[in-house]
Design a binder for this molecule. Structure first.
Ligand code: BTN
Length: 330
């Protein structure tokens, strides 16, 4: 993509670069270079142009931008040409599911600047304003029965932990099953939806959707969420480069897609280290009923084994319950 090449040239030069030089290096006309510069400006880049000196990159775009995301991924990344960036959508999961029904391949990634109807687990909504978070869904197509991928959501949480650490130099913890937590507050939610073919019982597609709070300040959250929600930047006190973070998520999800069906237990060891629920007393909430128990361990499928004061034990799978700490969200 010419835009990307021009950006690369301006970046590596650091100062002014003439239109003539860029056109020679990219093998295109000067008019094409000018067009690419205009397109970069439309994406939010600040590019200075001075007669007889050329162009200079003053500031990278603060917006999510395909050029930046691709620049942060290996050039030959297998999902490179399957990444779709939208302005506002109702929900990236809904868009990804529609694309999956139309036959979009595994690795199709749907990203949005904002969501008007972001969805969470258990019918909740997910606040998704523009400019501060990342909202991303990916189509996976494991050709197996759903019981072979019960661990998927936990595995996605682990992958996103890794992506946050890589892009932001801080490692979140995981509140079972798939909330990412920093400083005791939720920074990320994951909603996984899947479709199964009725006759064969085989998965047609599965769409994990990930919403990450990146650059919000405490006052950006509605008062009722301030006790439980936070952003990465509130913890690191550094602005998050959301394009880099999206690229890191895509890379981590691609790695996950390569290991999903092995479920060899390696990822689970790391998950257990990251999971702050294990070893804690917890409240198991099903609708109006609340039971107190102790989170003992995980099964291979990432179900939670909880023991109760009467000596009984229960295996809890995600989706059916909320698990809360004794005195608050974690
Ligand atoms: C939760 O915390 O309950 C899950 C929240 C999941 C939010 C993400 S944002 C991207 C994708 N699109 C949605 O509508 N939901 C998920």
């Amino acid at each position: 993509m010419l835009k990307q090449e021009v950006l690369q040239q301006l970046r590596s030069c650091g100062g002014f670069l003439s239109g003539q030089k860029i056109s020679a290096q990219c093998g295109v006309s000067r008019a094409a270079v000018w067009k690419a510069v205009e397109a970069l400006r439309a994406d939010g880049y600040v590019i200075e142009s001075v007669t007889n000196r050329g162009y200079r990159l003053v500031q990278a775009t603060p917006r999510l931008c395909l050029t930046e995301i691709l620049a942060a991924l290996p050039a030959d990344h297998p999902w490179c040409d399957r990444i779709k960036l939208f302005d506002a959508v109702d929900s990236t999961n809904t868009v990804a599911k529609k694309l999956a029904v139309q036959g979009a391949p595994e690795g199709t990634v749907v990203i949005a600047q904002s969501q008007t109807g972001g969805r969470g687990r258990l019918g909740r909504s997910f606040s998704s304003p523009e400019g501060v978070g990342t909202y991303l869904s990916v189509i996976l197509r494991p050709q197996v029965k759903p019981d072979r991928i019960l661990h998927l959501t936990a595995m996605v949480a682990e992958a996103i932990c890794q992506a946050v650490e890589q892009a932001c130099r801080i490692r979140p913890q995981i509140k079972w099953t798939n909330d990412l937590v920093l400083g005791g507050k939720k920074i990320c939610g994951i909603l996984t939806e899947l479709s199964v073919e009725a006759e064969s019982g085989i998965v047609q597609y599965v769409v994990p959707g990930i919403g990450l709070n990146c650059n919000q300040r405490a006052e950006d959250f509605p008062p009722e969420l301030r006790e439980i929600a936070a952003s990465i930047a509130m913890q690191t006190r550094q602005p998050v480069d959301r394009n880099r973070l999206v690229a890191a998520q895509i890379q981590a999800l691609w790695e996950l897609s390569q290991q999903l069906l092995d479920n060899d237990g390696r990822w689970l060891c790391q998950y257990e280290r990251d999971c702050l629920t294990l070893g804690q007393d917890v409240k198991i909430i099903r609708g109006d009923s609340v039971r107190l128990g102790h989170a003992e361990r995980l099964t291979r499928d990432a179900a939670l084994i909880v023991s109760y004061p009467d000596g009984s034990r229960e295996e809890i799978t995600c989706g059916e319950v909320s698990v809360r700490g004794m005195y608050g969200y974690v």
